[in-house]
Design a protein around this ligand. Structure first.
Ligand SMILES: *[C@@H]1O[C@H](CO)[C@@H](O)[C@H](O)[C@H]1NC(C)=O
Ligand SMILES: *[C@@H]1O[C@H](CO)[C@@H](O)[C@H](O)[C@H]1NC(C)=O
Ligand SMILES: *[C@@H]1O[C@H](CO)[C@@H](O)[C@H](O)[C@H]1NC(C)=O
Ligand SMILES: *[C@@H]1O[C@H](CO)[C@@H](O)[C@H](O)[C@H]1NC(C)=O
Length: 963
């Protein structure tokens, strides 16, 4: 620790103060008018009135401890200013702290901007706040959590990450800490109730709780969770419920939440602060109403003195629909629940008695039938369990006193398959959906299912930072800067840019397909066309290399945190991709009698074994602190539920006897043929705009060794290498030769050439290679066709026009499966038309003529959040009439759109629009997004040359763009 601490000091000086996205009130070097609060061997005294909230004092103690973590000297917490000397922090809640109230009445602090506000605070460096104190940092909270957030804000600024314990982020050592002569204000938060749901907590978290808390989700466990929530400026929690009963497993759980400042809730299937496992049987409103009522009343009685957000309504047993409940009886249930709340609290006003009804799964059907839900009840809309919000408030629902909220998922057990192993969240997608929720006024509650909590640190931080202060996230480009700020806080400035880039890339790679859904036949990535399978694996490998290089620059303590939150998901994720991709390649190579199929089989086995090694490495961190957190099985799913054990996909080996057609085999891209034997394929044509390298694979098809030469038919074609030796089992079994054309010497227009691969003995393979030496006009800006395809990413537009209502089409960087998304912004605008709406133009240049061209539009699998105005876009070629498409099939609440399964599995909804005849030359594709929430993340024009693949052809060449 000693040497490492010194390293940290050096690192951190460059950093400056940090509380993500919020203004600074501290500095680490002397500032004019500033107050030195702490240094090596010195710490402030923290004054918290004895009559303030217990949770405030508790947080004051945490802050005192945090000073010790960063300076080596713990601060002291006292209840009065009398007799103090040295640096002082005075913290308290308006109306609960005599010292704060006296500073207000003496005019030393101005709390008018926060008084009466929800969870707000102000901080100020105050001169002569009390006798004998020349200056003090004063933190005044509008309410209990306002003050708690003010104290943890200081913790975060001095260098203690909210994740210091849960993800082992080392405190950043400081030699001096100064309070700046500034005033700052934070709050109220954008979302009133912001929280997490620990769910699907077996096996990982439950096994970990067995090791660390005697198997009980007890108050010691919850103290850790609640502290994390408060440090992340959250306030709301749904406890684990698969096998536990929060209020009775440990009777200290309820009072602890209230004392610390956590608003307790229960999941959608657990009304009135009761646990699922406490349910009376039969759990049936129709036959057992009086006992169900008693159950609910008992929940109210038990939690009535603690801050609670009451879950109303009911569902059936075991997270399923109740067979006897309908849209009439659900109203009876809610009426009863409100009646007992009213009897208890004298009111059911939303502002005084927070209540919610979660429109989850079948519950949507009740809502759809038009029942009237009391105005004070927050309607908690749900996503589809896969990150796509099903419904948001429509105009007539926006004025409800109880407003609305969103229940979201970062983890799920159910269709299409569980995802509960490691992080699979694309942050820009979370931004897009939650920003939409914010703009549609679903701002009373945001709660997210976070599985075992632990491997989802990054998406949790992101979600809660948005919920706290959405003003930091108003633009579609806000995710990457946030990610960089997050990486700076956790790992330091030096690696922040690289880490942000790595995790943005991770989001794109993982949104393509969740790990549990990779074992499908036929395999999703093409092993033939566009080298797709291989390229995807290369992207993962390159990502892992970059993450490893960042890791290698860090000190040992920071490496642990970096491993948990960045390197592990990338490394473990890459292994799963490697296992499935190379198993698919093993099959394809086996068919070609390619001996390297055997090497791929070995590689799959090695990668599969490596998975266990990486799991063990995680479990061994810090002497087993996180043992069991990676217990989740993740190989070999065959339905939505976990498999009973991990299993490796099958691989096969091939014999070493060469086919009668010879040892040396030749294969090329976009063809499964192996020649000689199979007819020699024609290479896919090359032109100066071909986005991928054109290559030839030359390989051994049996045991032995063979020299070969490669000879092009023209001197403007070079092949590298032009000769070599393939050999098996020792030596190089496969050689990939790249074709390079000197276009300045090649004949203009179309020509036919060939490349001959001649083994020293045996049959020569002569591959035809068509060339198209074509040019685009000098002033052209846009994409260029190659081989009958134009693949365009959304940031490759050539022009954009704003709508007459000032709406615009904006790029969401690092969104979707390949590059970026395009969204209609802001999403508060109304339905657009092609006449007046915002438009983006994608230019492209073609050489071939097509009689029936089409464009494939890739979009996220999002929902018609407003059923009266379904998602909609329009697209037009050149001056043609726009074609309007509503891509998401209509569905009723409580049911999924008909294309849901496939589009969620694929991370994309794919629509095809006919363009008709396209002549060679310059073209413009105009795109309008006609409803808020409509996002497009790729456009592929098919002039007849698009080959089948999962992601589409590689992005076409762009010309004329300045950067
Ligand atoms: C109602 O629930 C209670 C408590 O579980 C049970 O004892 C009783 O038998 C049930 N009554 C009916 C009519 O099913
Ligand atoms: C959304 O909420 C804000 C703040 O409560 C309110 O001013 C606005 O009118 C609401 N929007 C609509 C469309 O109702
Ligand atoms: C194409 O080949 C060149 C030269 O070997 C290499 O630098 C480049 O990265 C390759 N491009 C792709 C897309 O593989
Ligand atoms: C190239 O060969 C193909 C196939 O034999 C033929 O259809 C085409 O006309 C040839 N092109 C030229 C420019 O000779």
């Amino acid at each position: 620790m000693g040497l490492l601490s010194v390293l940290c000091v050096v690192l951190v000086h460059a950093l400056g103060v940090f509380a993500i996205g919020q203004p600074a009130s501290l500095a680490f070097s002397e500032t004019v008018g500033g107050l030195k609060l702490a240094g090596t061997g010195s710490a402030p005294t923290i004054v918290i009135d004895a009559s303030d909230w217990k949770g405030v004092t508790r947080t004051g103690n945490d802050l005192a401890n945090d000073f010790g973590l960063v300076t080596g000297t713990k601060a002291k917490v006292v209840t009065s200013t009398s007799g103090l000397s040295g640096p002082v922090i005075i913290a308290g809640t308006i109306g609960k702290s005599a010292v704060i109230d006296s500073l207000v009445s003496a005019g030393k602090i101005d709390v008018s901007s926060i008084k009466g506000q929800w969870e707000s605070f102000t901080s100020k460096l105050v001169k002569n706040p009390a006798d004998g104190i020349s200056s003090a940092l004063v933190l005044a909270g509008s309410d209990k959590r306002g003050t708690i957030y003010a104290l943890y804000d200081i913790s975060e600024q001095i260098g203690v990450s909210p994740w210091y314990w849960w993800a082992d982020v080392p405190p950043k050592k400081k030699t001096a800490i100064y309070a700046l002569p500034t005033t700052k204000k934070q709050g109220p938060p954008s979302i009133k109730y912001r929280g997490l749901f620990i769910n699907d907590e077996q096996p990982a978290l439950t096994n970990w709780v067995k090791s660390n808390y005697n198997g009980v989700y007890n108050s010691a466990f919850h103290a850790k969770v609640f502290e994390l929530l408060l440090r992340l400026r959250a306030n709301y929690f749904w406890p684990a419920m698969w096998a536990s009963k929060f209020y009775t497993d440990d009777t200290k759980n309820g009072p602890l939440a209230d004392e610390m400042g956590i608003v307790m809730g229960t999941s959608h299937t657990e009304p009135m602060a009761r646990a699922d496992k406490e349910k009376v049987k039969p759990w049936d409103w129709k036959s057992n109403e009086s006992n169900l009522k008693k159950y609910m009343q008992d929940g109210l009685t038990r939690a009535k003195n603690w801050e609670t957000l009451w879950t109303l309504g009911m569902r059936g047993d075991g997270d399923a629909a109740s067979p006897t409940l309908d849209s009439k009886s659900i109203v009876d249930v809610i009426t009863y629940q409100q009646s007992i709340l009213k009897a208890q609290f004298g009111t059911v006003e939303a502002a005084k008695v927070p209540q919610m009804w979660c429109v989850y799964k079948e519950v949507g059907g009740y809502y759809q039938s038009g029942i009237s839900i009391p105005d004070d009840v927050t309607i908690l809309w749900s996503d589809d369990n896969s990150g796509n919000i099903q419904r948001l408030p429509i105009p007539k629902e926006m004025q409800r006193a109880g407003n609305a909220g969103v229940y979201y998922h970062f983890d799920y057990v159910g269709d299409p398959r569980n995802y509960k192993w490691i992080n699979t969240i694309q942050l820009s997608k979370t931004w897009e959906q939650m920003h939409l929720a914010w703009q549609k006024n679903a701002t009373n509650i945001w709660i997210v299912n976070i599985g075992d909590l632990k491997p989802l640190e990054l998406p949790i931080s992101h979600f809660l930072d948005m919920a706290y202060d959405m003003s930091q996230f108003t633009t579609p480009a806000s995710t990457d800067p946030w990610l960089k700020a997050w990486a700076t806080r956790e790992f330091g400035e030096k690696v922040a840019g690289g880490t942000a880039e790595a995790m943005a890339t991770y989001g794109k790679l993982i949104v393509r397909r969740k790990y549990e859904l990779l074992n499908v036949t036929p395999f999703l990535y093409s092993t033939t066309n566009y080298d797709e399978a291989e390229n995807v694996l290369n992207e993962w490998a390159s990502l892992q290399d970059r993450a490893q290089a960042l890791y290698d620059t860090l000190d040992e303590t920071t490496q642990i945190a970096f491993f948990e939150m960045v390197l592990h998901p990338i490394m473990a994720g890459k292994i799963v991709q490697q296992v499935y991709i190379n198993a698919a390649r093993n099959k394809a190579y086996g068919t070609q009698k390619r001996m390297s199929a055997n090497k791929l089989a070995d590689d799959v086995k090695a990668a599969y074994a490596q998975d266990a090694v990486v799991q063990k490495r995680y479990h061994g961190l810090l002497n087993g602190k996180w043992n069991h957190m990676m217990d989740q099985l993740h190989f070999g799913y065959d339905n939505w539920q976990d498999p009973s054990s991990n299993s490796m996909p099958s691989v096969s080996t091939i014999g070493t006897t060469a086919p009668s057609t010879g040892l040396l085999g030749v294969s090329v891209q976009n063809s499964a043929a192996s020649s000689p034997g199979d007819a020699a394929p024609t290479l896919t044509a090359m032109d100066p705009w071909t986005p991928e390298n054109r290559t030839i694979d030359i390989y051994a098809r049996g045991s032995g060794s063979m020299d070969f030469t490669v000879t092009p038919s023209a001197d403007y074609i070079k092949v590298s290498p032009s000769s070599g030796t393939v050999s098996y089992p020792s030596g190089t079994s496969d050689i990939r030769a790249t074709i390079i054309v000197d276009w300045s010497s090649a004949p203009k227009g179309s020509s036919n050439t060939s490349i001959s691969i001649k083994p020293k003995t045996g049959t020569e393979v002569k591959l035809s290679l068509p060339l198209n030496n074509v040019a685009v006009p000098a002033n052209f800006k846009g994409y260029v066709e190659s081989n009958g395809a134009v693949a365009m990413e959304m940031n490759g537009y050539t022009s954009r026009t704003a709508g007459t209502d000032s709406s615009s089409l904006e790029v969401i960087p690092n969104y979707g499966r390949t590059d970026s998304g395009l969204t209609l912004h802001p999403s508060t605008v109304s339905t657009q038309t092609t006449a007046s709406g915002a438009k983006a133009v994608y230019s492209f240049y073609t050489f071939s003529s097509a009689t029936s061209a089409k464009v494939t539009v890739y979009q996220p699998p999002t929902f018609n959040i407003n059923p009266d105005s379904p998602l909609k876009f329009a697209i037009a070629l050149d001056t043609g009439t726009p074609t309007t498409v509503s891509p998401c099939p209509k569905s009723t609440l409580g049911a999924m759109p008909s294309d849901w399964h496939d589009s969620v599995v694929n991370g994309a909804r794919v629509s095809t629009v006919t363009l008709g005849k396209v002549e060679p030359g310059k073209h413009e594709l105009s795109l309008w997004l006609l409803e808020p929430g409509t996002v497009v993340h790729r456009l592929v024009v098919d002039l007849g040359g698009v080959k089948s693949s999962y992601l589409g052809p590689p992005e076409s060449s762009r010309v004329g763009f300045s950067s």
